[in-house]
Design a protein around this ligand. Structure first.
Ligand SMILES: NC(=O)c1ccc[n+]([C@@H]2O[C@H](COP(=O)([O-])OP(=O)(O)OC[C@H]3O[C@@H](n4cnc5c(N)ncnc54)[C@H](OP(=O)(O)O)[C@@H]3O)[C@@H](O)[C@H]2O)c1
Length: 336
């Protein structure tokens, strides 16, 4: 029996749905063990981020699980393999069909629970730091929403690869964790603009900005010559001012970037780059996904409310048919 989370008006329910039958030539079917809540799921649920054409309308951008079957052209994966996958949708379900290039074996030494926390954050971090912004060793990064699932990944990955990170978040407790993960500078956004703090840290060569809105002019003020702003979200609104004079004189670049809407081959390239460059760091535990807490899939509603309230530091996971023993709803999740 195939089940999935269905969104009806304001509410979510875990219901039987159409079974997955066809597995196209270059795809695999995965029996899902774990999935994760991403900010994009909240936006999709609110009607503000529709799935790209052809994608599943079921929530969920990443999973871990076991390969159930493979299409005729797939050589690199086989039934029974434990994997994690980057999706364009369909993760809040018991089974998903996904292009094989978006699937990787779980890193050595990892269980399925931890593996579900990897694909979306690590693919987004790699894509934007090293493909879009083309960071060179020693160049410095400012990341906003640094305690998010994505931010905690960016801090670790950039630091491990020789790019110092300045983190912004809304509480001192969150920033303490950012520092422990490797951030060498930080600013509590509840205390106002980050400009002075980042400037006295020496400025940055790149801003990874999921906020937009009023943050763009301040991002520009802290960028060194030839700096790049990669805009990946609009938490602060879609309209903002750009100082074209500063942009011209300091040779700044403003780059918009989304992972989900990219073609399958581009996503495959990002996953290959992760396998080559990041999987060894994960296996060595030099970096690891920061997991905040887990919920049973039937409690997706509560898990999403927890994320919407900006309470998480790192990833929030949903157990579908999980096999690893999981500490459900660690202390601070209880009762949400
Ligand atoms: N373009 C892409 O391809 C792509 C891919 C993945 C993620 N993203 C974006 O990256 C961001 C992080 O994703 P996630 O799923 O890891 O998020 P998450 O864990 O849900 O964390 C989001 C955090 O953003 C901060 N925030 C919320 N509203 C804000 C505001 N108005 N101004 C400043 N900060 C605010 C909050 O932390 P504080 O209160 O501590 O600041 C919140 O905890 C999201 O905006 C997401 O849409 C984009």
């Amino acid at each position: 029996m195939t089940k999935a989370i269905r969104v009806t008006g304001e509410s979510l329910s875990w219901e039987e749905c159409e079974p997955v039958v066809d597995v196209p030539e270059d795809h695999v079917a995965i029996d899902i063990a774990w999935t994760a809540v991403n900010r994009a799921d909240l936006m999709q649920r609110a009607g503000a981020y529709p799935p790209p054409p052809g994608a599943s309308d079921i929530l969920g951008l990443e999973v871990s699980g076991t390969i159930a079957s493979v299409g005729a052209g797939v050589r690199t994966l086989k039934p029974g393999d434990e994997v994690c996958a980057l999706l364009t949708g369909g993760g809040y379900a018991t089974r998903v069909v996904v292009p094989a290039v978006q699937v990787l074996p779980v890193p050595r030494g990892y269980g399925l629970r931890e593996a579900a926390a990897i694909p979306e954050a690590f693919a987004t971090a790699w894509l934007n730091l090293y493909h879009e912004a083309q960071l060179k060793p020693g160049e410095k990064v400012l990341v906003h929403a640094a305690a998010s699932g994505l931010g905690t990944t960016v801090i670790q990955l950039a630091t491990a690869l020789g790019n110092p990170v300045f983190a912004t978040a809304s509480t001192d407790d969150k920033l303490e964790i950012c520092k422990r993960l490797g951030a060498s500078g930080c600013w509590n956004r509840s205390n106002g603009s980050f400009v002075e703090a980042v400037t006295s840290w020496g400025g940055v060569d790149m801003v990874l900005d999921p906020v937009g809105g009023s943050y763009i002019p301040d991002d520009q003020k802290v960028l060194n010559v030839d700096g790049r702003i990669v805009l990946i979200g609009l938490l602060g609104g879609r309209m903002g001012e750009v100082d074209l004079g500063l942009m011209l004189v300091k040779r700044q670049r403003l780059i918009g970037s989304t992972l989900r809407s990219r073609p399958v081959n581009d996503k495959g390239d990002v996953m290959s780059a992760l396998y080559q460059n990041v999987w060894p760091l994960l296996a060595a535990r030099q970096i690891e996904p920061k997991i905040d807490c887990s919920w049973p899939i039937e409690e997706a509603e509560a898990a999403m409310a927890y994320v919407a309230a900006n309470k998480n530091v790192g990833k929030v996971l949903l157990e579908v048919t999980g096999s690893d023993p999981a500490p459900f709803c660690e202390a601070k999740c209880t009762g949400v």
